[in-house]
Design a protein around this ligand. Structure first.
Ligand code: HEC
Ligand code: HEC
Ligand code: HEC
Ligand code: HEC
Length: 327
C-alpha cells in the first residue's frame, strides 16, 4: 500500500478517494486540530464529546465546514491556523471529528480518552504523497503531548510554539511588505525599514529593534497627538507582578514601558479590567492572540522572548530548601 501511495498518488486519489479523504482528515486532525479540540482549549468542542458537538450540529454540516474554513469570532482560527491545508482536507478533518461523536453516541460508555493520541509519531512519519505541502510542515504535537515528555520525540520540542505564525522575511521594503500599495509612486518614496532602523538600539527578536531602549535613549520621539506636536503621554510607573505556578519566573507587567507608547484606553477595559489579579491570563490565551498576545507577537516583541515578561525570580520559599536552586 505504501509503495503505490508514493508512486501513484494521483491514481490513488482517483480510485481510493474516499479512503484517502478519511486518512487525510485524521492526519490533519492529529497535526493541526487536536491541539485545541482534544482537550477543549479556549472552548473548542472536544473530540468524541457528544455534548460539546450536539448543539453545533443543528445548522448542518455545511455550516461547520464554513466555520472550519473561515474561522469564527469565538476563537476557531481559519483552517485551525494551518493555511497550507487544502479545503478538502479541512472538511475531511471536520468529518473525522463528527464521526467521533457519532461513534461515541452509539456507545456512550466509551471514554473520551479513546480519542487518538495527538501527533502519534508513526502518523507524522507516514509518507504523505497526496499532500506534499502538509508533509513538509512542522511536525505536529499537541500542548498535551509536548508537556508529557515521556514518549515525546525530539522533533516535538518546539511544538509549544506551533501556534505562532512562521517568521516571514524580516523588514521587507515598503513595496514588498504587503501593507503598502506596490504600484503607488508614494510607496517608493518611503524609507526602507532596514535603513531607517540602522541607528536604533538592537534586540534579538521581532524586527530586531529594542524600541523600549530607543525611547529611553531618546533616539526616537514618537508623537503622542496627531494635531498637537507638544502633547505628552500620561506615563504611570506601576508594576504588576503575576505569580506563575511552576518553575517559570514570575511575570512583571510594567505600566511605564507601555504607557510611553499607549493610551490607557488601548488596554482598559477592553483587554484588561484595571485591577490587579482580576484578569485570568495564561500562555494558551497569549498564544491564541488574546490578553498580552493582542500585541506581543504582532506589534510588540514576540512571545519567544520569555525572559522579558518572566523577569522576576521566584522568592525563596522554605519548603524548597532542599531542592536545588532554580535560576
Ligand atoms: C487554536 C485552537 C483551535 C484549533 C487549532 C482548531 N480549532 Fe476548531 N475551534 C476552536 C474553538 C475555540 C472553537 C469554538 C468556536 C466557536 O464556538 O465559534 C472551535 C470550533 C470548531 C468547529 C465548530 C464551529 C461552529 O461553528 O460550531 C469546527 C467544525 C472546528 N472547530 C473545526 C476545526 C478543524 C477541522 C480544525 C483543524 C483543521 C480546528 N478546528 C482547529 C479552536 C481551534
Ligand atoms: C498594555 C496594556 C495596558 C495599558 C496601556 C495600561 N494598563 Fe493598566 N493594567 C494592565 C494590566 C495587564 C493590569 C493588571 C491586571 C491584572 O493583574 O489582572 C493593569 C492594572 C491596572 C490597575 C490596577 C492596579 C492594582 O493594583 O489593582 C490600574 C489602576 C491601572 N492598570 C491603570 C492604568 C492607567 C491609568 C493606564 C494609562 C495611564 C493604564 N493602566 C494603561 C495593562 C495596561
Ligand atoms: C496594547 C498592546 C500591548 C499589550 C496588550 C501588552 N503589551 Fe507589552 N508592550 C507593548 C509595546 C508596544 C511595548 C514596547 C515595544 C516592545 O518592547 O516591543 C511593550 C513592552 C513590554 C515590556 C517591556 C520590555 C522591555 O524591554 O522593557 C514588557 C515586559 C511587556 N511588554 C510585557 C507585557 C505583558 C506581560 C502583557 C500582558 C499582561 C503585555 N505586555 C501586554 C504592547 C502591549
Ligand atoms: C508577553 C509576555 C509573555 C511572554 C513573552 C511569555 N509569557 Fe509566559 N506568561 C505570561 C503571563 C502574563 C502569564 C500568566 C501569569 C498568571 O498566571 O497570571 C504567563 C504564564 C506562563 C506559564 C504558566 C502556565 C500558564 O499557561 O499560565 C508558563 C509555563 C509560561 N508562561 C511559560 C512561558 C514560556 C516558556 C515563554 C517563552 C516561550 C513565555 N511564557 C513567554 C506572559 C508572557
Amino acid at each position: 500500500m505504501k509503495i503505490e501511495r508514493v508512486i501513484l498518488p494521483v491514481l490513488m486519489s482517483a480510485f481510493f478517494g474516499a479512503a484517502a479523504a478519511a486518512d487525510a482528515g485524521k492526519d490533519l486532525y492529529t497535526k493541526t486540530c487536536a491541539v485545541c479540540h482534544a482537550a477543549g482549549i479556549a472552548g473548542a468542542p472536544r473530540y468524541g464529546n457528544v455534548g460539546d458537538w450536539q448543539p453545533r450540529l443543528a445548522g448542518g454540516t455545511a455550516r461547520l465546514y464554513a466555520s472550519a474554513l473561515k474561522g469564527t469570532a469565538k476563537g476557531m482560527p481559519a483552517k485551525g491556523g494551518n493555511l497550507t491545508a487544502s479545503d478538502g482536507d479541512v472538511k475531511a478533518a471536520v468529518d473525522f471529528m463528527l464521526a467521533s461523536v457519532k461513534a461515541a453516541s452509539a456507545s456512550p460508555a466509551k471514554p473520551v480518552a479513546a480519542a487518538p493520541a495527538p501527533a502519534a509519531a508513526p502518523v507524522a512519519a507516514a509518507p504523505k504523497a497526496a499532500a506534499p505541502v502538509a508533509a513538509a510542515a512542522a511536525p505536529a504535537a499537541s500542548i498535551d503531548a509536548a508537556a508529557n515528555t515521556s514518549g515525546a520525540s525530539a522533533a516535538d520540542i518546539n511544538s509549544f510554539n506551533r501556534l505562532l505564525k512562521p517568521i516571514g522575511k524580516r523588514n521587507p521594503p515598503p513595496a514588498e511588505d504587503g501593507i503598502h500599495d506596490p504600484v503607488n509612486d508614494g510607496t517608493v518614496a518611503l524609507m526602507a525599514p532596514l535603513a531607517a532602523y540602522g541607528p536604533l538600539p538592537k534586540s534579538l527578536a521581532g524586527n530586531r529593534v529594542n524600541w523600549v531602549k530607543a525611547i529611553d535613549e531618546k533616539k526616537i520621539n514618537p508623537r503622542w497627538d496627531r494635531q498637537d506636536a507638544n502633547a505628552a503621554p500620561v506615563v504611570i510607573d506601576l508594576n504588576i507582578v503575576r505569580e506563575v505556578k511552576g518553575s517559570m519566573p514570575d511575570v512583571v507587567y510594567p505600566h511605564k514601558q507601555h504607557t510611553e507608547w499607549l493610551d490607557c484606553s488601548n488596554c482598559h477595559p477592553a483587554i484588561f479590567v484595571p485591577q490587579k489579579g482580576a484578569n485570568a491570563i495564561s500562555m494558551a490565551a497569549i498564544l491564541l492572540g488574546e490578553k498580552c498576545g493582542v500585541c506581543h507577537g504582532k506589534v510588540a516583541f514576540p512571545v519567544s522572548e520569555c525572559r522579558l515578561c518572566h523577569s522576576k525570580k521566584k522568592e525563596f520559599r522554605p519548603a524548597q530548601a532542599t531542592a536545588p536552586a532554580t535560576k
